[in-house]
Design a protein around this ligand. Sequence first.
Ligand code: 5SP
Length: 225
Amino acid sequence: MIAPSILSADFARLSEEMAAVGGPGRGADWLHVDVMDAHFVPNLTLGLPVVESLLRSTDTPLDCHLMIDAPDRWAPGYAEAGAHNVTVHAEAAEDPVALAKNLRAAGANAGLSVKPDTPLESYTDVLKHYDTLLVMSVEPGFGGQKFIERVLEKVRAARRMVDTGHLNLLVEIDGGINSDTIEQAAEAGVDCFVAGSAVYGAEDPVRAVEGLRARALDASAHGSA
Ligand SMILES: O=C(CO)[C@@H](O)[C@H](O)COP(=O)(O)O
């Protein structure tokens, strides 16, 4: 699956920019929405009122990535509003198990994200309550950064746990994904790829999405061969 990150889109034309990457069937599977609070990360983007408007302007499922402090308090609102996935940071959540239950009860898939230096081992029990694991392959906060290759070890570990039945979730990766890096991420076992600049920086965003998907499918076929 490919989830274009609208962080790299033109914020003055968000609904057009979301439509420009297509939707299920042709183009984006999900649209990735980065919510940043200038506390958990050193950048400020948008919040719940904007997400509510975005939900009204697209049929493509929204994958909301909350890079915020106090997600236990704020994240359920995104689920209640109708986001398909609501992802919170393991480093910020006070009670990640209760939070996952609240997100699911409000109708969303629950996602847990880890920064590049956060080990997965501390969260393996917690992850049993989650639907997606979002492995950050850059320090969260900005688009257009360089892919951090060492996080692939975490992807491989998560893939092994899923394939052996210890976890039941989608493995998602975010940061620095482009036509040069997507193959190694796919070979490591990623299910869903977030890409911002590689999609919105392209002349034809739908073609960029399809190009990324083709490379990922090809590489995952090799990875599992
Ligand atoms: O969460 C983030 C950044 O913190 C991402 O979703 C970025 O939007 C990815 O952008 P690219 O690295 O693909 O340009």
